[in-house]
Design a protein around this ligand. Sequence first.
Ligand code: PMP
Length: 405
Amino acid sequence: MSLDVAALRAQFPILAKTVDGKPLVYLDNAASTQKPQAVIDAIVDFYTNTNANVHRGAHHLSDEATRRYENARTSVAGFINASAREEVIWTSGTTEAINIVANGVGQLLREGDQVMVTELEHHANLVTWQQACRRSGATLNIVPIFDNGELDIDAFDRLLTPNTKMVAFPHVSNALGTVNPIKLLTEKAKAVGAWVLVDGAQGIAHGGVDVQEIGCDFYVFSGHKLFGPTGIGVLWGRKSVLEDWPVWQTGGEMIKDVTYHEATWGELPNRLEAGTPNIAGAIGLGAAVDWFKNLDMAALHNHEQALLRYATEQALALDGMRLIGTAPNKVGVLSFLLDGAHPADVGFILDRQGVAIRTGDNCAQPLMKRFGIPGTARASFSIYNTLEEVDSLFAALKKAKMMLA
Ligand code: PMP
């Protein structure tokens, strides 16, 4: 079945905007996706009709807010096929979710233990482990990639040892678009008894995710990259692991019994959710998931791949355009450089044409250094982008080339 992109676009009010009189061509979806009306409505309706704190159940509004908030958790749990809804912990985003896990690892590991990440990491899934290793005395190992941006699986195998206690890798690289074989990597890491965290920030919006099938211990993602609001994200963790995981923040809601000198922790999910949560954010993310999961995933995948193919063909045909990241298994991310032009200048000229892309280090400085470049210009496609928008990107790029040559 093919995708009715026009009908899909009509659900995103922001896509009708113009920038300096030019139609907005939004190609910065890896940074953040736009929001469909269903998500905007859910947030407005919460604040208009049911705003109250949750889990304080003394009155009607609080009960209704709690019902919607917990329904959102159930929606997310179903979407990723969690085996229990309390495995879904609300966080402020991917970054906080990784920090919750790394905080625990920092307390649980000892000198001689090893943590493994890849050369592909976003800073959120690198710096956080550097800090956890520093606190625990563990060693951080980095799995290399090939020049096309693909992970070196043999090196992954070589670096895995019985001392490897934690393995973290991205589902999809934000900078290059590489899709990692997450099930295979998980199997290998579990074979030496390590915990496995998959950074799903870029993987979650490209089709279904089944955490039980992957077999990992933690899968984390941000709402804003899945057509939901900012400030909300998910730490999914296997119940048997999360039940004993060191708590991250302490305060209201996460406790069981408190005296002036002692406290005990509550059950999941509360024990990892201190304080008043982002209620509207969770409800907005629930609405995003309900909206997204009704779409035809195979049609979305085909459409995104068609956009990537079309863009890659044009990129290869454009003199002086260098692609960074050409792995065979990629999502719709085109990271590139134009000969003799700084990515920031390219981004500026594209913006004048209404074309929104990301420029810079992609929050992956070591990866940029690995390629010997300061950064890239990055166009990233989502389900609502069109082939005509790819044409607009390349028309703007040709203009940039002329102006910057
Ligand atoms: N990991 C990856 C792969 C990402 O792309 C991002 C966001 N760019 C993050 C982690 C961090 O996500 P957030 O800023 O929403 O916490």
